[in-house]
Design a protein around this ligand. Sequence first.
Ligand code: COI
Length: 365
Amino acid sequence: LDLDLRPSSQPVPAAERAAALADPGFGRYFTDHMATARWTFDDGWHDAAVHPLEPFTLHPAAAVLHYGQEIFEGLKAYRHADGSVWLFRPDQNARRFARSAQRLALPVLDEDDFVAAVEAVVRADAAWVPDAPDGQETSLYLRPFMIATEAFLGVRPAHEATFGVVASPAGAYFSGGVHGVNLWVTDRYVRASRGGTGDAKTGGNYAASLAAQAEARDRGCDQVLYLDGEEHAWLEEAGTMNVFLVTADGELLTPALGSILEGVTRDSLLELAPDLGLTPVERRVGLAELRERLADGSVTEVFAAGTAAVITPVVGIRGEDGTGAGYEQQVGDGTPGATSLRLRSTLLDLQYGRTPDLRGWLRRV
Ligand code: COI
């Protein structure tokens, strides 16, 4: 892609930007620029540019509006203490974006072009990358996406698509999330099943999660913990995050890949685990095992992990067993676990350049 830069002539006034950066929340404010590129079946990728953020014009019959042919990614740019700005493992997001594209029958964007587009937006909007004073986790969240734009009502892969990148300054995904969340183990809803789109990052998975999320809220929980679609017995993920268990004998245990999202944070934590004296284990994990081991104390901590939410300690689970009787179990002593918090600060220290990047995970913009 040859990304032309058309700078914004009407950027958000500096005082407004400063107010947004001081208290960004998540996903509420958008930067001055965006990247887009168009794809057509006949001509491939073209019209790539970084330009002022602007609304799209879509034909009302555009495939994305009817059949949900869409994919997205999430990654962050971090400002280090010396002012430099870095992306964390953007190549991993590029790879997953290509895999998601294949699953949703969208055109595959070259992985280097993906990273170049993300970098170009960060460069154009460098003033929007917040400082991260000690202990804060502010960053610039990047949201690459692709939509099928062809106006055609037949069900087949669209012959026109648009790729875009928007950016949004971000603080904590859950206000107060580091204090711990409760997960609702839904018996009613399933996120994905074998052969479905559970391992693709596509809007439909998230649309389908909203009713389950509402159920969780009704039950006084913050997020849903999904079980597998076939047996309703095995832990999957928490919708916007992968789940991890810490065991008394030093395992960092997480459900094996299959119908869950292959999280970049998930992968990074598994790789960092030995540095903290933990043994990373990926395998099927039963709800029954989790409940037994919470009860007997051999699972000491549970947390959820993702780009937006970093590491969010889980302090309790609730659900209903087969007979409809409710259960509620506390995790550990009901406060965030020490190992979860240590993993959290290990990851954040690396992302913010406070510890050396021994694996070449950071990429300077
Ligand atoms: C992320 O962690 O980046 C996500 O995509 C989760 C959610 C905000 C959709």
